[in-house]
Design a protein around this ligand. Sequence first.
Ligand code: KIV
Ligand code: ZN
Length: 387
Amino acid sequence: MQQRIQIFDTTLRDGEQVPGCGLTKSKKLELAKHLEALGVDVIEAGFPISSPGDFQSVRLLAKEIKDASICGLSRAVKKDIECAAEALKGAARPRIHTGLGTSDQHVFTKLKMTHEEVIAKAKECVTYAKNFVDDVEFYAEDAGRTDNEFLAQVVEAAIAAGATVVNIPDTTGFCMPEVYGAKIKYLKDNVKDIDKAIISAHCHNDLGLATANSIAAIKNGAGQIECTINGIGERAGNTSLEEVVMIMKKHEWMGFETGIDSKLLYPISRMVSETMHMPVQPNKAIVGANAFSHSSGIHQDGVIKNKDNYEIIDPYEVGVNKSSIILTARSGRAALNFRLAEIGVNLSKDELEETYQQFLTMADEINVVEDDDLKHLVKNYNHVFSK
Ligand code: KIV
Ligand code: ZN
């Protein structure tokens, strides 16, 4: 029996905070509908107090999206919470996400509060939010750098006040996976009534560890992962949704599952990239342009013999039509022959050898050899091309 991990998507809030990624109301709704179809459990729609436009966006999503919880962010401030509650009116499953910083760095230099005041504020903001909605998520900002004993006290206060979810953000992306995992376990072992709330992992990618940290979190008792499509988000970004989902899928032995329809991952990745003007790096796991393309001769030969030699994911599983063999000067005869066969050209051994030598000269010059270049190479053999 697999444990169902909740997927909390924050593409439209933490992702949208990135300069240049801002969305109009209608674009937010369009993406939210795709996130709903993808099967995310929660959509963080925005930060309603931040601007009238964001308030309107959250309000629109609250009205239109029925299959996912709609969440609005707020600080631990009454007017923020009231504004979030107002924007969420009419939502089938509204959630208010409220909280404050808990690390000494945040408590003493940003909030200028005492530890006792932070605990009181945690209790107060959750209690206040509960007047408007049943589902209240509390975040302990910079939990990654917060002393575990103090963090446990804050989380305990939030749960006592009625928090249904307790978010433990590694806001600065500082933690190592074993440290973040141990933090979650510490809370599991030391917070009274911890099982009354879901523990949530919210990781940033400043050291490239957001995905590893999120997986460490669920292995130690977290029940929700906060993530974004393509890993977009503040600075180096957030945990990438497609990565954590496929890790759980590929490593079933860990005992986790999600409600995500993985065949929609690639299409939604393209859509987010285009709509939010954020290119996906070609070597990005799961959704990068090169994620399913093979370019070195050794790999190409292996994959032509049997895909499993170099593919751990069937591209179809994530919505990519098929993997590709890219022809460069590093490609071998097997790859050339394979690509020729794809355009309907079958050469004799001698013809292939001759073509291969010409191909290498061409590839050294133009780098990637495309179908039209191949047709040019074999034009003297009078073949009828199939494509
Ligand atoms: O990274 C963070 O701490 C956040 C909180 C507002 C949840 O995004
Ligand atoms: Zn964040």
